[in-house]
Design a protein around this ligand. Structure first.
Ligand code: AMP
Length: 280
């Protein structure tokens, strides 16, 4: 496996893959890898000739300096994890490569970023759409793999690819959870044991939404009230949002009639976690 840190070297490698007419599977990550990332890497390995994993902590998608400064780093360990999964290339550029001096072109999106995390994290999704566009232009993947854990991100990227005719097959894979149900996240590494225990309220609230919906409760307000009370009962929690949205448009729905998503963002101490479940 090769570790490439330079954009032009990465592009040369991609050209040689394209010359051989091999398919490229791509998994973009911000590092601090866990089994959720590994599930994307494994699918990409199975479905493509060449597998490229990027590890890049993208500063433009952080709206909070503290979050960026405290994001876990473990590049050497990440490289070992990806090598074990038989990837061909890790692309780990520095910020001077991705945003050289004078960089001033951004990709922005409308409507889909008006709700959920987009509403509360100004600039976040413009950072995501910009970096994903840059990575897709460098790596020119046939297929790219994302997790349902970041539901809004997956919808934003599907729309980015469709609207800008990028011709990448976007695959969205299920959320990988710990045995206790907590969605795996790089940010979980920042929780102390008591906070980690409190964080279980997130999945608990989503399971409540699912069971209410299964027993025919369609009223979002009623479901959100129950979810709120579960999260408020747990220690160290502060709710950013609890929403039930249309699964395609991400607009709030007052009553669940088509495919919907229950989505939650909660601060556990100083760590903000998100999770969701599809209701259909
Ligand atoms: P990140 O490194 O957090 O930017 O995540 C890189 C990719 O891994 C994104 O597509 C995430 O949605 C995905 N991902 C993160 N956590 C999980 C998880 N628990 N299960 C599945 N995919 C995940």
């Amino acid at each position: 496996m090769d570790v490439i840190t330079n954009v032009s070297e990465m592009q040369a490698r991609v050209l040689s893959i394209k010359d051989r007419k091999e398919s490229i599977g791509f998994v973009p990550t911000m590092g601090a890898l866990h089994e959720g990332h590994v599930s994307l890497v494994r699918s990409a390995r199975n479905e493509n000739d060449e597998l490229i994993v990027s590890i890049y902590l993208n500063p433009t998608q952080f709206d909070n300096k503290d979050d960026f400064d405290n994001y876990p780093h473990q590049l050497d360990k990440d490289i070992e994890i990806v090598e074990r999964e038989d990837a061909d290339v890790v692309f780990a550029p520095g910020t001077e490569e991705m945003y050289p001096e004078g960089f001033c072109t951004y990709v922005t999106q409308g409507k889909l970023i008006d709700s959920l995390c987009g509403r509360l994290r100004p600039g976040h999704f413009n950072g995501v759409t910009t970096i994903v566009t840059k990575l897709f232009n460098i790596i020119r993947p046939d297929r790219a793999y994302f997790g349902q854990k970041d539901y809004q991100q997956s919808i934003v990227i599907e729309k980015l690819v469709a609207d800008l005719n990028m011709g990448v097959d976007v695959k969205v894979l299920p959320t990988v959870r710990g045995e206790d149900g907590l969605a795996l996240s790089s940010r979980n590494k920042r929780l102390n044991p008591e906070e980690r225990h409190s964080a279980l309220c997130i999945y608990g609230s989503l399971l409540k939404a699912k069971s209410m919906f299964a027993s025919n409760v369609k009223d979002s307000k009623e479901i959100i009230e129950e979810m709120t009370s579960i999260i408020k009962k747990a220690k160290h929690t502060r709710i950013d949002y609890i929403s039930i949205v249309n699964a395609n448009t991400l607009e709030d729905v007052s009553s669940i009639n088509g495919k919907a998503v229950a989505a939650v963002a909660v601060w556990i101490g100083n760590t903000r976690l998100i999770d969701n479940l599809i209701l259909e």
